[in-house]
Design a protein around this ligand. Sequence first.
Ligand code: ADP
Ligand code: MG
Length: 479
Amino acid sequence: MEFETVIGLEVHVQLSTNSKMFCNASAAYGGEPNEYIDPVTLGLPGALPVANKRAVEFAIMLGLATNSEIRRFNRFARKHYFYPDLPKGYQISQFDEPICERGSVEFYMGETKRTIGLKRIHMEEDAGKNIHDSRTQASLVDLNRAGVPLLEVVSEPELRSPAEAAAYLRSVRQLVRYLGVSDGNMEEGSLRCDANISLRPVGQLKFGTRTEIKNLNSFKFVERALEYEVARQMALLKNGQEITQETLLFDSVSGTTRPMRSKEESADYRYFPDPDLPPVVVEESWVREVESTLPKLPSKWIHDLVSEYGLSLYDATVLTGEKAAVEFFNEVVAACSNAKAACNWVTSELFGSLNKEGLEIEKSPISAKALGELISMVDSDALSGKMAKSVFEEMFSTGKDAATVVAEKGLKQISDDDSILAIIKREFDANPKQLAGYLGGNERLHGFFVGQVMKATEGAANPKKVNDLIKQEAERRKG
Ligand code: ADP
Ligand code: MG
């Protein structure tokens, strides 16, 4: 029997606000243990939470960017469980009235556009961290992260392979980075994901029993954990056995999953509306105001790059990986009006050099305008492609603009016909044997003369003109 893979992700996005979700304590990453705490973080009696307006705004931004419905009247709820990193004994989250519902996320798998539905996006607070210290045999609690704002983005079970799940997660990360609501840093835990997975016989509508793999913190782990789980469930089902609905942990060392606990139902959490917090009222005018601050999003960029600039889908995807990169590219085009050349220079030369130096594009030693000017010099035949590459390298290491480097190195492409023709005639006359062969029909000697002219000009002659004029002069001498 053939099985279909069904995956739904719950992605936790840590918001880059200055303060926590319900108090003024700093939401910064790191710090000395328990440096960023206050009575609300500690859940001290009498301490009252106040919702962070900026965090709500970030939720609206992500809601708009995913075409979600923004609930005009949404509510915080207490989700109860008992763990040392949760001082209040409950997490403030949202339950049946989340801020965003029924959105979608778009991304490409190769040439295929995929649109994955979102059930909901809700606001909640993060828990602290338990640290198990083997040296002192003690368990320590650091509450710096407790109360930091999170958005939980819950997809429909519409992902169909581990690779697709990873691609979806990448596009969520890309989106929150474009919006500036999170740095999306998986190593620091700003983006974490729980993956739900089940199998069903191909053609069956009803979903199979799922397992949930908790707290995956890299794209690679998401994919590997899901691949392992597909194989494990497949083996059980083919054997006629049943899947136990449970929560699993992925062990990245062994590459396997193991049970963590049986799946809890929402009733286990004793959800109820938080009486300390008023409902969040989102006025239409607020939504419109937030909407006006949204940047151009990746899917729109990709559409425009393909339809207006004629770039391939692949190039458009590469360029839009980061907002800063596509904006840089766009400035290069503004300076040279040659999108294809700009794309080549940015994705190969520039990305390559930045990578080698470990630099972000924001720190590029070559400005977008300077790169555009370099491209224009090639387009106007002032420089050959080969010369431009060496100019680029000099620009990259010194930060000088193209015109300065060209002047300093005395680089100038020879493009006028008369000068090139004079050199060709000289080379023909200086190599009578080769010339006789060439005129006699040995086409390979064409390359010999191109080489001679390029050598004589130290690579400065316009190669296309050299090519054409050699043929022309040869014809003249034949006839
Ligand atoms: P719960 O409230 O029990 O956590 P939800 O309906 O909110 O369940 O779903 C949580 C996540 O699990 C969602 O991302 C959803 O797409 C996914 N999911 C639900 N059922 C399945 C299934 N049978 N197989 C795979 N994923 C599923
Ligand atoms: Mg859940």
